[in-house]
Ligand binder design. Structure first.
Ligand code: ADP
Ligand code: NA
Length: 333
């Protein structure tokens, strides 16, 4: 009944990282032409749930658009746009704010993590309601599939809960129950400084992440300084079970080279990080240099990026507006 349609977004709240590339952008590009319509969004309304410097946000939004395109998202095959340019997202989010329950939001681990040890009274209301806007992002397109990293699985569950409760409360089957598309290894790239935290653009330490704009020397230096242990690499993946930092570097190698963890270990078992890190750095530079080069080229013409995003917004709106209109009609407005 629903058109196979993929929706996903990334916050332009900082420069994008290797984690965003392996966990999101690379897969977004691969999903084009897989029998899905693909809709990708720079979620600036989500970004401002935490205060953003206005000029930086504008720059980062364009840069994130460049990162999508440099990673292979083709605006002639996918819809690529900026969330704030399609007002149906915010309007549907309000309806969903009235469907979702306070208790559901309060149980989100990302909300708990982001307010842990701080005064939650001081967090923005937007940060609390974030998953409701995310549900609107997805459901305003009747998206059937959402590629998500592990970190966003719980929010997608909430999207399904909101769709089901809306359908139940209004006696309809208007909204699809969206399926997650979760991939195996290295969908979760961890911090280079702490194997228990995900690599993130919002981590205060720049050494914890590889940015898509980092040059070759910076990439090599960050990998050289990545936290590891003094052991050699094992023969099999279970030998990495209690070694999160080592496992992360092997996972990154596997994801970048398109091979399995077993294959990587078959090549490097018995070797220490003195040998493995330079090989990883070389591979990372080889894979990321074309992306950062293309980003630089695209960023030299910001007007062209704005034109592409404006065009994407028009296409997005053509799908979203009728779905919003119908939602309002169902709710009696
Ligand atoms: P960030 O944590 O860098 O702010 P976002 O929350 O904007 O990233 O996430 C954007 C997309 O990138 C999501 O699909 C998310 O699952 C993916 N992603 C973010 N960080 C990682 C990571 N370290 N490993 C794998 N995927 C990630
Ligand atoms: Na985030």
């Amino acid at each position: 009944r629903f058109t196979p349609r993929v929706f996903s977004g990334i916050q332009p709240s900082g420069g994008l990282t290797l984690g965003n590339y392996l966990g999101a952008l690379k897969r977004f590009a691969e999903m084009q032409g897989d029998g899905f319509e693909t809709i990708y969004c720079l979620v600036d309304l989500h970004a401002i749930t935490v205060w953003q410097e206005p000029e930086k946000l504008r720059h980062q939004t364009r840069e994130a658009a460049a990162a999508f395109m440099a990673s292979g998202v083709d605006p002639s095959r996918s819809i690529l746009f900026n969330q704030s340019q399609v007002s149906a997202h915010s309007e549907l989010a309000w309806v969903f704010n009235c469907v979702a329950r306070m208790g559901w939001m309060g149980r989100m681990t990302q909300w708990k993590d982001k307010t842990a040890g701080k005064n939650a009274e001081n967090a923005s209301l937007g940060l609390f309601a974030y998953p409701s806007l995310m549900a609107a992002d997805i459901l305003v397109y009747h998206a059937t599939h959402v590629p998500v990293g592990e970190d966003q699985k719980q929010h997608l569950e909430l999207t399904r809960d909101i769709a089901a409760k809306f359908n139940h409360d209004y006696g309809t089957d208007f909204f699809p129950i969206t399926e997650p598309v979760i991939e195996g290894t290295a969908t979760r790239v961890m911090s280079l400084r702490d194997g228990s935290k995900k690599m993130s653009k919002s981590d205060p330490s720049d050494m914890s992440r590889i940015n898509l704009t980092d040059d070759a020397d910076t990439i090599a230096q960050k990998i050289r300084k990545a936290r590891t242990d003094p052991e050699v690499l094992p023969d099999t993946p279970d030998g990495l079970a209690e070694r999160p930092e080592a496992r992360n570097l092997v996972n990154i190698f596997a994801a970048l080279s398109g091979s399995s963890v077993e294959e990587v270990l078959a090549d490097y078992a018995g070797q220490g990080f003195g040998a493995f890190k330079p090989a990883l750095a070389e591979l990372a530079v080889e894979k990321l240099a074309p992306i950062s080069g293309e980003m630089t080229r695209l960023m030299s013409d910001p007007a062209e990026i704005d034109r592409i995003l404006g065009d994407g917004a028009d296409k997005a709106e053509a799908i979203a507006q009728p779905i919003l209109d119908k939602t309002l009609e169902i709710t009696g407005m």
